[in-house]
Design a protein around this ligand. Structure first.
Ligand code: ATP
Ligand code: MG
Length: 423
């Protein structure tokens, strides 16, 4: 019996992986421009970290975690998201004491969630995200949003919708919370069991319920925007002003509630509105989490970040018919015929590579025609042709593949010559 890949995961093969590399490269390049530095944290963490930070009323903690007990009896969890670990590290490594403030970090890597697999929803997926810790300036909210939008734009996406909301500060949230409880309580029996638990624990999360989306009480629920106090309202206005200054179009949606418990003030999502993208349209989600550092044992520190997945990014590119043009070509393919020439080509190939060129030779003992075909298949710019006779005469033929032009070069000078034409 053959063994198949685990449900909800996928292999990314050559031909496809170049897209991933390109997104990765662009993300790193943007982070350099925006001055975010990479942080790498373990793939697993203590289970308590997620229970405490992500929140025990969330889908993630309630039903999506890959949790296991290791041989030492510790409960560990494969990370389902990135923020918790970054903040854990921020506190543990005392980054609040670093000279450069705010601390601006980015991460890239696999996440694990036990979900029902479907288009855009995997059990292992790759997220890119940033976190800016230590500043409560609304300009940084705009910066974080701009970075995410720019990444999509620079790789060609056009059909994007940015939706923002404010969840307010603690005072505003508490007032809203009260109003939500009063709104839902009389008819909470009509809601799913998750929502019934959420009513007391975190009623705002009812608004994010996927099962009860269509319930009439959802549409008439009190809006957080009516409960923002003066400070929260001003903060939100400032974020909006900055987005306008940066020419980033957005919509305000007072029903936007992020899945995680620790958000306050700015919350945002970027969706694709490309036709035929399918039911799951959110590409990126983020927001401010001013209480989280404290929750994890650090000093009171504001923070904001986002996370987006490569899987949905690529799906959005496909929905907009954007093919990331990843050119795959090599500098030189050595076509060697005859035993001595083939032996020599091992050395020559090595020299080409040591000189910094991408180069390949035949390993299947193909005839000359087959070797040229192989050179074509890897889009070689040049073929270097060597037979036993040429070797004897200390010569090699260099063929420019696109024009067919061919010239004879002294074998000793080949590498230098190749360098000169490739400059
Ligand atoms: P959803 O509402 O779609 O379940 P979420 O609120 O659980 O999303 P976040 O935890 O905010 O998602 O993660 C940020 C981003 O990561 C999402 O906007 C989405 O692009 C991506 N993402 C989340 N879950 C998955 C998954 N299972 N497979 C692929 N991408 C995912
Ligand atoms: Mg989810």
């Amino acid at each position: 019996m053959t063994i198949s890949i685990p449900r909800g995961t996928k292999d990314i093969l050559p031909g496809e992986v170049e897209k991933w590399q390109l997104i990765e490269k662009k993300a790193r390049e943007l982070c350099e421009r925006y001055q975010y530095q990479e942080i790498r944290t373990p793939v697993f963490e203590q289970t308590d970290l997620f229970a405490r930070s992500v929140g025990d009323t969330t889908d993630i903690v309630q039903k999506e975690m890959y949790t296991f007990t290791d041989r030492g009896g510790r409960s560990l969890t494969l990370r389902p998201e990135g923020t918790a670990a970054v903040v854990r590290s921020y506190v543990e490594q005392k980054m609040y004491g670093f000279p450069n403030q705010p601390v601006k970090l980015y991460y890239m890597g696999p996440r694990f969630r036990y979900e029902r697999p479907q288009a855009g929803r995997y059990r292992q997926f790759v997220q890119f995200g940033v976190e800016a810790l230590g500043s409560a300036d609304p300009a940084i909210d705009a910066e974080v949003i701009a970075l995410a939008m720019n990444l999509y734009w620079e790789l060609g996406l056009r059909k994007l919708k940015l939706v923002i909301n404010s969840l307010g500060d603690t005072e505003s949230r508490n007032a809203h919370r009260e109003a939500l409880i009063n709104h839902f309580r009389p008819r909470i029996g009509e809601f799913c069991s998750d929502c019934q638990t959420r009513l007391e624990k975190n009623p705002m999360r009812i608004l994010d319920c996927k099962k009860d989306r269509e319930h009439e009480l959802m549409k008439t629920a009190p809006s957080i925007l009516d409960y923002l106090n003066e400070d929260s309202r001003k903060y939100f206005e400032k974020v909006q002003q900055y987005l306008k200054d940066l020419d980033i179009p957005f919509e305000v949606d007072s029903n936007l509630v992020r899945g995680l418990d620790y958000y306050n003030h700015t919350a945002f999502e970027i969706m694709s509105d490309a036709e035929g993208f399918g039911a799951i349209t959110t590409l990126c989600g983020g927001g401010r989490y001013n209480g989280l550092v404290e929750e994890l044992g650090g000093p009171e520190t504001p923070g904001i970040g986002f996370a987006l997945s490569f899987e949905r990014f690529i799906a959005a590119l496909e929905a907009e018919n954007i093919s990331l043009n990843v050119k795959q070509e090599i500098d030189c393919y050595i076509v060697a015929v005859g035993e001595k020439a083939r032996d020599y080509s091992v050395k020559l190939l090595h020299k080409l590579r040591m000189a910094g060129f991408s180069a390949e030779r035949d390993y299947l003992n193909r005839k000359i025609k087959g070797q040229f075909k192989a050179a074509d298949r890897c889009h070689a710019k040049y073929a270097a042709i060597l037979g036993d006779n040429e070797l004897e005469a200390n010569k090699i033929n260099l063929k420019k593949m696109d024009t067919g032009e061919q010239e004879e070069i002294s074998l000793d000078e080949f590498i230098d010559y190749f360098k000169s034409i490739m400059e």
